[in-house]
Design a protein around this ligand. Structure first.
Ligand code: M6R
Length: 613
């Protein structure tokens, strides 16, 4: 039930809708905040105000509340297609300003749709995927004349995900629909609402109906009607379901009912992954082409993003047969100063796009003539302006200081890249590449099952070890990156000392610290490293360490050697394993922090974007 951007639609019995929509958008700002806009209808005209920036700032400049009318839609954006700007802000309109649309989601085939609409003479004003929707509705309305039927007609043409709210100059009906992006209806005597999330309408009503995929709702001042959309774009009426009464406070509602944003964001990971795996193949191929055309590939990043870069070093080598250097950004200038040139391509991995260490290193590399690519979650961030090419992860805003969903989406992006690169280098035959993609596309559902089945057990494990002052996290191969991420998480959130280390290296020093009861978390998928990690487990066990193992379900041998076991679906035991194996480690750190009485969303001494060198 999560996605990027926030939408709201409202039809009132009396009064003025714009101030109410503005306040609703404010309550949805945690979903996105780079631009926003509102459209209303009065006397056969659509009125729109929108701009780049935060809602309060835009309101101070434009006065949203002055928009007239009883019916309207609003949007707060987290850019995915096109940078934050007035023209890219929602609502979007058709050629005649007769239809206005707000959208949350990603339209995968928008380029084809847009090209065909441009050929038919339609004028586009933005770079967004959304803008195809009002133009498609414009075409359909010429035939059907009814907004609900026109919306139904065009939705089967859209591939991807959407929650939309649509109004037109008739000014009576608000039509909304969803597929894979959340949308809820709010029902009250004074008005009817649709929104991405409960906080939008919580002060107006607690009576809500969750819209399901392929359902369309029509809201008027007199009520709501519900329809199922047939594959041919026809509306089949459904009985209106009985609303449920939301019991949450506003604060709980913003966090989706979770006590902290971090926990919400861990739970959002299947959705974030799914959206990121929808990155256009053309964009990935272009990126992979640039990598393939350079002799040296380097990834540069900080913190959790560095762990994603480190994991991708294994993916690039095992899948694409290309060695990649992965460099900690703050060390970058010391290592790479004057030692790279035009034959090197550097991927900056950064969720914020604003980490000064990464920016600093990139500027240095640019001066040396390197090609710079970026993988980031933040459109229009500083690093996107320095880079020669950018891929955007689709995690949506991450509010908890600890990186969770941005990490798994970075991994997914790098995993997809490595497969495309493998095709280009010839290491992978097309059949092998498509098998790997199939494996990767299973991850969103696998993550869902880990979250469903393992959270309780990990919580209980955290409780058991809560008093321990120090931990090791050990893994071999790509799991070394997962182990390092697990150690970073517990350090930054629970303030517990932890070392993430290559398991094979642990016998060269760290083992000296191990004594009876010392907790060691082994990240041990059933991959090519499995037979070696057994030896490391034995070494630690014979020194009476407490062994906590995250391993593949059915690995009874490892389970027997362990004091605690978290079992993972066997389909995760491949070169993409960190995407799944990190989830229990995120839970472990989260619950350790909570049990030790710390706030996981705002750990001490840390900031979401570190902008000091
Ligand atoms: O925005 P970036 O990905 O460049 O940030 C890098 C690190 O500051 C960040 O990953 C940090 O380590 C997180 N707090 C980890 O949870």
């Amino acid at each position: 039930m999560f996605s990027v951007c926030g939408i709201i639609g409202a039809v009132l019995v009396s009064g003025q809708v714009a101030p109410l929509i503005r306040q609703s958008l404010k309550r949805l700002e945690y979903r996105g905040y780079d631009s926003s806009g509102i459209a209303t209808v009065k006397e056969g005209r659509i009125h729109i105000k929108k701009d780049k920036g935060k809602i309060d700032d835009i309101h101070r400049r434009l006065n949203f509340d002055a928009l007239p009318g009883l019916i309207g839609i609003g949007h707060t954006r987290w850019a995915t297609h096109g940078p934050p700007s007035k023209s890219n802000a929602h609502p979007h309109i058709d050629c005649f300003n007769h239809i206005a649309v707000v959208h949350n989601g990603i339209i995968e085939n928008y380029q084809e749709l847009r090209e065909s609409l441009v050929d038919q003479g339609h004028r586009f004003l933005s770079e967004t995927d959304t803008e195809v929707i009002p133009h498609l509705i414009e075409v359909a309305l010429q035939k059907t004349k009814r907004l609900d039927k026109a919306v139904a007609k065009i939705l089967p043409k859209i591939e991807g995900s959407y929650a939309i709210a649509v109004i037109d100059t008739s000014g009576k009906t608000l039509v909304c629909a969803r597929k894979e992006s959340p949308l809820l209806l709010g029902l009250s005597e004074s008005g009817y609402y649709c929104a991405s999330d409960v906080p939008a309408f919580l002060p107006m009503t607690r009576q809500t109906i969750v819209l399901e995929d392929d359902e369309i709702a029509c809201l008027t001042a007199n009520g709501a009607a519900l329809y199922r959309l047939t594959p041919k774009g026809v509306l089949a009426q459904l009985p209106l379901r009985t609303p449920t009464t939301v019991q949450w406070t506003l604060d709980m509602a913003e966090k989706g009912g979770y006590p902290h944003f971090m926990l919400k964001e861990i739970h959002e990971q299947p959705r974030a992954l799914r959206d990121t795996l929808r990155i256009r193949k053309d964009d990935l191929c272009k990126f992979a082409g640039v990598l393939n055309n350079h002799q040296i590939i380097c990834a540069i990043a900080a913190g959790t993003s560095y762990h994603a870069a480190l994991a991708s070093k294994y993916m690039f080598s095992q899948i694409a047969g290309r060695f990649m250097h992965s460099v900690v950004a703050s060390e970058g200038p010391e290592i790479i100063d004057n030692s790279l040139g035009g034959d090197a391509v550097v991927i900056a991995v950064t969720q914020s796009g604003e980490t000064i260490d990464t920016i600093h290193a990139i500027k240095n590399l640019k001066r040396q003539g390197c090609t710079i690519l970026a993988i980031t979650n933040t459109v229009d961030s500083s690093i996107t302006r320095l880079a020669d090419g950018v891929l955007y992860t689709q995690a949506g805003p991450e509010i908890g200081v600890a990186a969770t969903k941005t990490f798994v989406t970075q991994l997914a992006c790098l995993a997809s890249l490595s497969i495309h690169l493998g095709e280009l280098t010839g290491k992978l035959q097309p059949k092998e590449a498509s098998q790997l993609f199939d494996e990767l596309y299973r991850f969103p559902n696998l993550l869902q099952s880990i979250i469903r089945n393992q959270e309780g057990l990990v919580k209980e494990t955290a409780q058991h070890y809560v008093a321990k002052p120090s931990f090791f996290f050990l893994g071999r191969g790509i799991s070394r990156a997962t182990a390092m991420e697990g150690a970073l998480k517990i350090k930054e959130l629970a303030y517990v000392h932890a070392e993430g280390y290559p398991a094979g290296e642990s016998k060269h020093g760290p083992i000296a610290l191990v004594e009876e009861g010392f907790p060691i978390v082994f990240v041990a998928p059933n991959d090519r490293t499995r037979r070696f990690i057994l030896g490391n487990v034995m070494e630690m066990k014979s020194r009476l360490a407490q062994i906590i193992t995250i391993c593949s379900s059915g690995d009874n041998h490892l389970a027997e050697l362990s004091d605690r076991v978290i079992m993972m679906p066997p389909a995760l035991s491949n070169v993409f394993s960190p995407i799944g194996y990190v989830v229990p480690l995120q839970f472990l750190a989260y619950y350790a922090a909570v049990q030790r009485g710390y706030s996981p969303d705002q750990p001490r001494n840390l900031a979401k974007a570190v902008t000091v060198l």
